[in-house]
Ligand binder design. Structure first.
Ligand code: MRU
Length: 336
């Protein structure tokens, strides 16, 4: 991903490893401060996932893979490390996939650093392919809506929902992106807008509640990411995705999710079985350190919702654009 630092473009990943230290952009500080943190044990990685220094399903998976690498290189109990990493966030399937992948690679004798680097590179490659497949869905002059941040920050590089947008722009297509702000943590306004600004892609941040208004005015397609996709094609993504899907369906706007195979949980048959993370009330009631809700007022803060597959026009993967009903046939038994 290209980031402008002090007026100079720099190409960097959201998470990487540098001589045994895991480094990541501190996403809590973006867009106004670009800071890199260095982590030397898997407990620090677990904390960084939990406190959302790193976030977005595929990036969480890569961070966890590096966390397993650190545990192995320090001679720690790998089963304990796996449990600690898996306990950080419940919905993003990539976390569980990456930790189990690392366990099986190391059991088979792989070098932990090589295995973690290969995992990161594979995810980046898959996102690049998602971009190439998804770009074909975008016509010149398209107006696209996205939600949350499913860009390079969420996936290490390229993105899932943002990868087709990046690729279409790179190919010279004219675009306009509606970025919903994504209350309460504002990943759309802070992170997606940051990525699009850095690439020079025309966009505007819109309030979450304005999606229907803009879809009726003429959004051509909606592309969002996914945190976990069940075997039947239902999927969990950032809270607010479901209502966008229903609106898109009502208004006849094509609605896609984009995700690599590491986000597909084929052990879960239906969306209702996907565990949904609930986060602290203060994310809703406190804005910029100021409590806006009356004292004593309760808040409910689900981080994700589930969109039934019937609202999906397709799932953009590294294998091409799948129809939801093709998942079981197309992917059962697949490995990274
Ligand atoms: O809570 P977050 O910021 O980790 O949630 C991220 C999302 O919901 C993204 O849309 C999803 O992980 C897909 S990321 C490519």
């Amino acid at each position: 991903m290209r980031i402008m630092i002090d007026g100079h473009p720099r190409d960097m990943r959201a998470v990487w490893c540098d001589e045994g230290t895991v480094r990541m952009l501190d996403q809590r500080l973006l867009p106004h401060r670009v800071e890199v943190v260095g982590l030397v044990d898997h407990r620090q990685v677990a904390k960084a996932i939990r406190d959302m220094t790193v976030r977005g399903a595929p990036a969480i998976g890569v961070a966890a893979a590096y966390g397993m690498m650190l545990a192995a290189n320090r001679g720690e109990d790998l089963q304990v490390a796996a449990k600690e990493l898996k306990a950080t966030r419940p919905t993003a399937f990539d976390l569980f996939f990456a930790v189990d992948h690392m366990l099986s690679e190391m059991e088979a004798g792989a070098d932990p650093t090589d295995a973690a680097e290969a995992y990161a590179d594979t995810i980046v490659k898959r996102c690049q392919l998602i971009g190439e497949h998804g770009e074909r869905l975008i016509r010149d002059g398209a107006r696209i809506m996205t939600h949350c941040n499913a860009g390079a920050l969420a996936t290490v590089d390229y993105g899932t929902a943002l990868a087709p947008i990046r690729e279409a722009w790179r190919k010279g297509k004219k675009l306009f992106v509606y970025v919903s702000e994504t209350r309460p943590r504002l990943q759309g306004m802070k992170l997606t807008s940051f990525e699009l600004m850095n690439e020079g892609i025309p966009h505007a941040v819109v309030p979450d509640g304005a999606s229907g208004h803009f879809m009726r005015e003429g959004v051509d397609l909606v592309i969002v990411g996914a945190d976990r996709i069940a075997a039947n094609g239902d999927f969990a993504n950032k809270i607010g995705t479901y209502e966008k899907a229903v609106l898109a369906n009502e208004l006849g706007v094509p609605f896609y999710t984009a995700a690599p195979l590491s986000t597909f949980d084929l052990s879960i048959e239906r969306g209702e079985d996907i565990p949904i993370e609930y986060r602290g009330e203060e994310e809703v009631t406190v804005v910029d350190g100021v409590r806006l809700a009356p004292y004593g007022c309760k808040a409910l803060n689900p981080g994700f919702d589930v969109t039934p597959r019937r609202y999906l026009s397709g799932i953009i993967t590294e294998r091409g654009v799948l129809k939801p009903e093709e998942i079981i046939m197309g992917l059962r038994g697949e490995r990274l």
